[in-house]
Ligand binder design. Structure first.
Ligand code: ZN
Length: 250
């Protein structure tokens, strides 16, 4: 049984294993947080079902609602998604303090830094999806070979230079590659997709993986031509207003 009340938060043991014992009881999540915990797990399971993630390599997070630095919920490290229960999901503040019974994903830093830097982002999906990772292993981003590349917010999808997983250096490089964008590849690693919701971030990750596959297929025949900047700008403008309600007509 979980004790009620708001225990003091425990600092994340940076670079060390979790301390055993003396862990404060977990905060009793309210209904909204409980639903978000379940949604994070559902999104992680959907990554596997959609074929964009295998095993335990990916991770998913969602920003906790609230005006302050409530932080975010992230999948725990080293636990298969099918074995993950809502209470295993780890709340982390924007200062990097984690609480709960599990350690957060080893990639919690780039999740945290994205939420700090990007108020437009409420969800982050990270995978080692096969086609995006194939390109990333060649340090290749995805150029404007297809107009749908603009779905990630720019004229191309950048590939961040390599850095060791879980490091601040990787986070810094990922954030630079995401500047003005909603997705990027990570050299010799995988990809990140972000969105205003878990559904949007997941859908974008699926789209980026599909674009990576088509680009890979095109490259097998020959280097595909890329669309001119002016054409991509037309698409970017259309995407900016796509699905928006029409202005009231005079
Ligand atoms: Zn990874």
């Amino acid at each position: 049984m979980i004790a009620p009340g708001r225990p003091k938060r425990e600092s994340l043991p940076r670079g060390r294993k979790a301390r055993s014992g003396n862990r404060p009881p977990m905060k009793v999540p309210d209904d909204g947080e409980q639903a978000l915990r379940s949604a994070v797990i559902a999104t992680a399971l959907a990554m596997n079902a959609r074929g964009i993630n295998r095993g335990r390599s990916g991770n998913v997070s969602a920003r906790l609602p609230g005006a302050g630095d409530e932080g975010f919920l992230v999948t725990p490290t080293g636990l298969a998604y099918e074995d993950t229960a809502p209470e295993d999901i780890v709340p982390v503040t924007l200062d990097g303090e984690a609480r709960g019974s599990r350690l957060p994903s080893s990639e919690w830093r780039f999740h945290r830094d994205i939420y700090r830097a990007r108020p437009d982002v409420n969800a982050v999906v990270h995978t080692h999806s096969p086609f995006a990772t194939t390109l990333a292993c060649l340090s290749r981003g995805i150029p404007a070979f297809h107009y749908m590349v603009a779905v990630a917010g720019g004229r191309d999808i950048r590939c961040a230079p390599y850095a060791t997983f879980g490091t601040q250096e990787l986070s810094d490089k990922a954030l630079a590659a995401l500047d003005g964008r909603r997705a990027c590849l990570l050299a010799h690693h995988g990809m990140i997709a972000v969105g205003a919701s878990l559904a949007a971030a997941l859908a974008l990750a699926v789209e980026v993986e599909s674009l990576a596959e088509i680009y890979w297929r095109a490259l097998s025949i020959g280097p595909p031509a890329t669309l001119a900047d002016v054409e991509m700008d037309v698409v970017l403008e259309k995407f900016r207003t796509y699905g928006q309600p029409r202005q009231a007509e005079e």
